[in-house]
Design a protein around this ligand. Structure first.
Ligand SMILES: C[S@@+](CC[C@H](N)C(=O)[O-])C[C@H]1O[C@@H](n2cnc3c(N)ncnc32)[C@H](O)[C@@H]1O
Length: 280
């Protein structure tokens, strides 16, 4: 998902709502050893900060940062309902130059942000801030295989090419929408000897409930704005038909509709793994 705008907040918010059970489970299953504070960077509107906050116990501390001022006070207000004042800190700060001492954190969480952040600068800062026993956890997607739907096959084959053209036109390079596929390399280059990936697939089948439909509508709006102009006219017609909830055979109404969301959770640490293996 892209740079912060009200539209993107809605798109990203609809993803969080639709897949909240899986995302909550993902946070619940994080290895939790924190003696030192936990950092959510950048926290955005604080969806994940709230989930992390629910795991904070006495003596533990949660810090959240974002360089967008508009998020800061509302998130402080929300966290007040979950945590004691001395258990959290929310601050406007630059992810590349955070005002904290080296090795101050035992867990750093970074979600869905490498489309806005420069991964190199952000990962260098995470490497500086994480303790020797701590872990950096990066949750990312790769737009080229993120949302899987039973599109007409010709359309499914054409969409990635359209997305690639759109990405090149907007960013000057085709890589911007596929942060997950470079993360292992980038984490290694940042200095982490141990990198693990866990792929999470979230599945929904028809009849889709409201939050799934809302998410799909935002996803189709994004595709329509971004990739659709690069489809030829006959494929645009098929896109319109497939995504039109007034049509009985649209994805919203088909009784056999299936949706799969692919995501990747990367975990990196400063301590080399004993087995030498980096696999999950
Ligand atoms: C796509 S949002 C993701 C937010 C959050 N992690 C989530 O998943 O809901 C990316 C966030 O990065 C923030 N951001 C971009 N550049 C930043 C920087 N240099 N320092 C701090 N935050 C930054 C934006 O304000 C935005 O909130």
């Amino acid at each position: 998902m892209s740079r912060r705008t009200p539209e993107n907040d809605q798109y990203q918010g609809s993803f969080h709502k639709a897949f909240e059970p899986e995302l909550t489970r993902m946070i619940q299953r994080l290895k939790w050893i924190p003696q030192k504070p936990i950092l959510d960077m950048p926290c955005g509107s604080g969806f994940y900060t709230g989930l992390l906050a629910s795991r904070i116990r006495e003596g533990q501390h949660l810090t959240a940062i974002d360089n967008c001022e508009a998020y800061i006070q509302p998130l402080r207000d929300r966290l007040k309902a979950i945590l004691q004042p001395d258990q959290f800190h929310v601050q406007s700060a630059d992810a590349y130059h955070l005002p904290y001492d080296s090795e101050s954190f035992d867990l750093i969480w970074c979600a869905e942000s490498f489309i806005s952040l420069d991964p190199k600068g952000a990962l260098a800062e995470m490497y500086r801030l994480i303790s020797n026993v701590g872990q950096v956890v990066v949750f990312e997607v790769d737009e080229f295989h993120h949302v899987m739907l039973p599109w007409p096959v010709e359309l499914e084959a054409a969409l990635p090419a359209a997305l690639l053209q759109a990405t090149k036109a907007k960013y000057g390079s085709g890589t911007k929408h596929s942060p997950a596929r470079r993360l292992r390399k980038q984490l290694r280059e940042a200095g982490f000897p141990t990198v693990r990936r866990r792929v999470h697939a979230f599945e929904r089948t028809a009849p889709f409930e409201t939050h799934t439909k809302t998410y799909l509508k935002h996803h189709f709006e994004y595709l329509r704005e971004f990739a659709y102009p690069y489809l030829d006219a006959s494929l645009q017609d098929r896109f319109d038909h497939f995504t039109d909830d007034a049509k009985a055979d649209s994805i919203f109404e088909r009784p056999d509709a299936e949706l799969t969301i692919m995501t990747a959770l990367y975990t990196a640490g400063k301590t080399p793994s004993k087995s030498g293996s980096e696999s999950t």
